[in-house]
Design a binder for this molecule. Structure first.
Ligand code: GAR
Length: 194
């Protein structure tokens, strides 16, 4: 009997700056048979990013560029993405803003996870601001990236209730757990075969 070869997975690059818990989670997801993505490349602006250890553990190529020199770094990154046939970028705690030019090169093919219920609390210090404003709820959002910060089309959101004693660190942990469910769910929603 001829074994049927499943549909090809989407060649994906994940961009990180720090801990990389979303990266780890996406790698685990990508290894599932049903996952529409495979992770080919990890890009980081931070040579000390803890998440880079997953490159070693899971044997995934990594590239580190100094994004303070944005133009040069973006050009090098684009070269890597092209030479590795990358078709999807997942930003996962990548704390640099990509240029319009870069985004146009991957129009509709860049996803981001953001720790708030967008359009509320774009940018940094989301948890701090939500607590300070005595919000009852915050959460996380997976969205497409366009040239305006945290403003692209929303794919999925998860609402999370704040407790009375919520701190930045407790809220961050609480929301992160939901991020790990939401990101794979959003990718499946966009790309899974029927
Ligand atoms: C996550 O909470 C992610 O939503 C946030 O950084 C954290 C990274 O954690 N991203 C942003 O704030 C983007 N503006 P991780 O490194 O453990 O995945």
């Amino acid at each position: 009997m001829v074994k049927s070869i499943g549909p090809k997975k989407i060649r994906t690059a994940v961009f990180i700056s720090g801990t990389g818990s979303n990266l780890k989670n996406l790698i685990k997801f990508s290894l599932k048979k049903k996952s529409p993505i495979e992770i080919i490349l990890i890009i980081s602006n931070n040579p000390k990013a803890k998440g880079l250890e997953y490159s070693k553990i899971y044997k995934i190529k990594k590239k580190i560029y100094n994004y303070n020199k944005k133009k040069i770094s973006e050009t090098k990154t684009l070269k890597d993405l092209k030479s590795n046939d990358i078709n999807l970028i997942c930003l996962a705690g990548f704390m640099k803003i990509l240029s319009k030019d870069f985004i146009n090169n991957f129009k509709g093919k860049i996803l981001n996870i953001h720790p708030s219920l967008l359009p509320k609390y774009k940018g940094l210090n989301t948890h701090d601001r939500a607590i300070h404003n005595k919000e009852k709820y915050s959460g996380c959002t997976v969205h497409l990236v366009n040239s305006k910060l945290d403003s692209g089309k929303i794919i999925l959101q998860k609402k999370v209730k704040l407790s009375k004693k919520e701190t930045v660190s407790s809220l961050q942990k609480k929301i992160l757990k939901h991020e790990h469910i939401l990101y794979p769910k959003a990718i499946s929603k966009l790309f899974a075969n029927p």
